[in-house]
Write a protein that binds this ligand. Sequence first.
Ligand code: NDP
Length: 302
Amino acid sequence: MAKLINGKEISDKVVKEVGEELQKKKEEHPGFNACLAIVQVGNRSDSNVYIRNKLKKAADIGMGTRMVNLSQEITQPELEAEIDKLNNDPEVDGIIVQLPLDCVNKIDADAVIDRISHEKDVDGLTRENAGRLMRGELDRTIFPCTPYGCLHLVQEATGDKNFVQGKRVVVLGRSKIVGSPAAALFLWHNGTTTICHSKTQNLPEVCRSADILVVAIGKAKFVKGDWVKPGAVVIDCGINVEELEGGKRKLYGDVDFDTAKEVASHITPVPGGVGPMTVAMLIKNTYLQAVERRLGAKNGSL
Ligand code: NDP
């Protein structure tokens, strides 16, 4: 029976540590703070929940926040001009654009993301930072939050910072936000990494070769227990929502938790696994970028 990886507890620990470091830096450098700016176009209710959570986590540790609410009618040039304002604002350390955009006009979201200065790209999604990650320039990029959370969960759950080294890692999914950067991150932490997608053949067999299996495909309970190598670490990024009667909702991961937990050594639940880590790593990235940009230093202790 697998050990449950408690993402809530591990993410709380990350945020607490960042909070303590932030406090120290404020004392050492009067006037210092880190500030996260969130850009929202329109008013999707699911986005509102995610944004509230991010703002609260930042505020809880005394990090500054800036919320930029923009109309559904905004155009591409207007939206890019808003990003430029934040890029040029010395009080802003991290910028994220909440996706998907809720806009009546056709907007090239990739171009909007790419407009973010790569030093303030705390989601790590600009081409510049994504390219650097792919090339293994780990000191010169910003790790995308969900993949960073996956890596941290593996390290914390196993109690070994170098656990990935030499392991076979299989990542299911190759999106820009999760699968591709997760594969790069595990590769450059010296895993032997395979990426699978919708055209991969013999998927169960490939999954069974994994010491670490990271799943991000958006299909409820897709990965079965007999796809999991005995003793593997299973990280499930999936968030699949089932609408129940009375407006209630139930969340499922991409892994069939009940069968996989019988085989894995460690496994994340959904909810309470990868989800909370994404926000924690965003807070951490924002703090680290503030230290680097404002103080010209890397924070080695985190
Ligand atoms: P995308 O839809 O962008 O990508 C899905 C990927 O899965 C694609 O690469 C696709 O392959 C692959 N895929 C789809 N079906 C299959 C299949 N049958 N077999 C093998 N591969 C398949 O999703 P995201 O990466 O954005 O998100 C994945 C999941 O993670 C979702 O449930 C999402 O909600 C969740 N998520 C969770 C976050 C968190 O904070 N916990 C953050 C972001 C996402 P192909 O490229 O060939 O189409």
